[in-house]
Design a protein around this ligand. Structure first.
Ligand SMILES: Cc1ncc(COP(=O)(O)O)c(C=O)c1O
Length: 320
């Protein structure tokens, strides 16, 4: 699906028309994958449009940049305000997907030049529905274990949400789709389960939730952290664990988490049905708790919803 365009993108400190937010073809990031980015959702809630866990996403953006020694020319506060501004300026009252990106731009062509190329920062937002299709929320998705593994520790850091990491994601997801699956799961270099191409994974066995730990080549997902918290609040035991591949085949329930997929049940792995081959009761309960945050049914006791002042569009843009 093509990206639905909006009037404005925040680019290096100002709102510019969508088509003007461009970088040079010799930008470092295009050649060497040196960008860091986020995917954030804003929801239409009874209290107005709210961005979900904005501060946590911005912190992860800065953490990703830190791992690559990339200096962002804006503060976390400036970028948080800019995310709100993009929503307001584009009047995204029905909610949105927000994509902030910081990249090493046009400078020298070397992989590690003496003078670091200028860092460009952009934030776009647009209205966006379900990543894996509308029915997937209730019916679940069919996935496979990929022939491609996730990155090994000491190669490319999985905890950084960097552009280059998504070469791995592309191989995993493309292979899965080519073979007729909705998504692919990558194994960690030790053969245990890591995560989906762009999603974290939870296994439910005998009423206990298991999810791979941070050392299993995963991105530390913000939805993952949310679901861990919500599940524990509901009295479930949640453990970070090394998960053998075959546990996927004999699990009682499986689901993905992620900003894009939210909480999506998995109904089969490698054509083996997960239990009865449909969404399980614990997954459904956790979905209710998660989506309840946006309908008001789940009280936001953590301050995860950041309400957007839709008047922001009339104020001056954040200056560089
Ligand atoms: C590789 C990968 N794993 C997991 C996730 C889920 O993370 P989050 O819940 O923060 O969106 C994402 C999405 O950002 C991802 O790209």
């Amino acid at each position: 699906m093509p990206i639905p365009t909006t009037p404005y993108i925040w680019f290096n400190g100002k709102l510019v028309p969508w088509e003007k937010a461009t970088v040079h073809v010799l930008a470092h990031a295009l050649h060497y994958g040196s960008s860091v980015f986020e995917g954030i959702r804003a929801y239409a809630t009874p209290g107005g449009v709210a961005i979900f866990r904005l501060q946590d996403h911005i912190r992860r953006l800065f953490d990703s940049a830190k791992i690559y020694r990339m200096q962002l020319p804006f503060s976390p506060d400036q970028l948080s305000t800019a995310c709100c501004q993009v929503i307001a300026a584009n009047e995204l009252v029905r909610g949105a997907y927000i994509r902030p990106i910081a990249l090493r731009g046009y400078g020298e062509i070397g992989v590690a030049p003496k003078v670091d190329p200028p860092v460009e920062v952009a934030i776009a937002a647009w209205e966006w529905g379900k990543y894996l299709g509308h029915e997937s929320e209730a019916n679940g998705v069919d996935v496979c274990v990929s022939s491609w593994q996730r990155v090994a520790p000491n190669t490319i850091p999985a905890l950084a949400k960097a552009g280059g990491n998504y070469l791995s994601g592309q191989l995993i997801s493309q292979e899965a789709k080519r073979l007729g699956f909705d998504e692919g799961i990558g194994l960690a270099p030790d053969g245990t389960v890591s995560e989906g191409a762009g999603e974290n994974l939870f296994v439910i066995k005998d009423g206990i939730l298991l999810t791979p730990g941070l050392a299993h080549s995963i991105l530390g997902g913000i939805t993952r952290a949310t679901v861990i918290q919500l599940a524990r609040e509901q009295g479930f035991t949640v453990r970070e664990a090394a998960i053998p591949r075959e546990l996927l085949y004999i699990a009682d329930e499986l689901f993905f988490t992620g900003t894009a997929v939210e909480v999506t049940p998995i109904r089969s792995v490698d054509r083996i049905p997960v239990a009865a081959g449909k969404r399980g009761p614990i997954t459904e309960r956790l979905q209710q708790a998660f989506f309840g945050l946006f309908s008001g049914a789940t009280a936001d006791r953590w301050g995860w919803l950041e309400y957007v002042d839709m008047q922001l569009k009339t104020r001056t843009a954040v200056a560089r």
